[in-house]
Design a protein around this ligand. Sequence first.
Ligand SMILES: *Cc1c(COP(=O)(O)O)cnc(C)c1O
Length: 393
Amino acid sequence: MDYLQKISVPMSLPDITDKEREAVAKVMSTNYLSMGPYVQSFEQSFRDFTGAKHAIAVNSGTAGLHLCVRAAGWSDGDRVITTPFSFVSSTNVLLYERITPIFVDAEPLTGNIDTVQLKAAVEDLNSSEAAAAKWLPPKGDNGGKLKGILAVDVFGQPADFDAINAAAKPYELPVIEDSCEALGAMYKGRPAGLLGDMGVFAFYPNKQITTAEGGLVVTNDDKAAAIIRSQRNQGRAEGDTWLAHTYLGFNYRMDEMSAALGTVQMSRIDELIRKRNQAAEWYREELSDIDEIELPHTAATTTRDSWFVYVIRVKDAERRDEVSQKLKALGIPVRPYFSPIHLQPYMQERFGYEPGRFPVTEDLGRRGLAIPFSGMITREQIAAVGAALRQVF
Ligand SMILES: *Cc1c(COP(=O)(O)O)cnc(C)c1O
């Protein structure tokens, strides 16, 4: 098909205008490359956008999640419930603090954590070691207590946080929301990021907004915010001088060039989300007649979409890799999405996981294929992806 040859379709593109370029250039001619006014204006834009009391910018989403784990007070040997269907960060931040991740499988429609199983896990882990056993990894658990929940908004859709919070509440478990894929999404009219006790956004170039590298924590909890602010900045407490460190901390600060870029991106947030949602709608139009694939499902609880990636599922798992290779040969970049966390080599080695343990996650992992997606993709490029898929099947 020559039509296909003529069109190149990037996997993802950031949406950057001259306004962003000018803002970054302006920072370069000041004396404030770090700890200046732009980080503050970037944080303000998040308080305005989400209504959060506190917004704390950091240099990656992973850094933000790590600081939330520290603020939750989870540490050595504690157990924390999370999902194996995610980007590795959400589990790695637990491992950084020597916490045992307790995985609960995903639910098949959205890929978000299965809240029926989550509730059972919370109850079992709080009753007896015999009841807890079925949730524990084959090895590597230290017999600690269940201390909290870290749930993920998968592909831009909020997890069912009313159910998650209801399971957590009787045991006063802190809940962290990994909202790194869901900036701008709404759950029953409430903004993603504020659905648990602390939430985190990320700004790698393929996210809804970018700062190149960057992340940000939102919370209404004053105490958590103070810990996160301090530990982002080498453990300096309010009033500490440059070489005074009240706490053990990190350098997780965002720089001014990133914050300038992010501030302009936030001034365009409605436009950026609208363009992504438009692209998802075009994909639905273009692909809905292809019987061999399933299109993404939007939960009734998602009251505002904010698409992060567009992941189709190949119905026949056996064919996914062949489809992927053929699409690539036709010039369409695609990626398997996600690759289950419990089956990453270091996780298998440390916790003894083997295939078969989390069937829904593994099925989604075997059948999922992220196709080119961003707010910059054109209708014509989407038609080219559709034509390539039709040709492959
Ligand atoms: C992007 C992302 C992160 C954070 O990524 P960074 O590259 O550290 O900014 C965390 N969790 C999920 C689910 C993500 O998609």
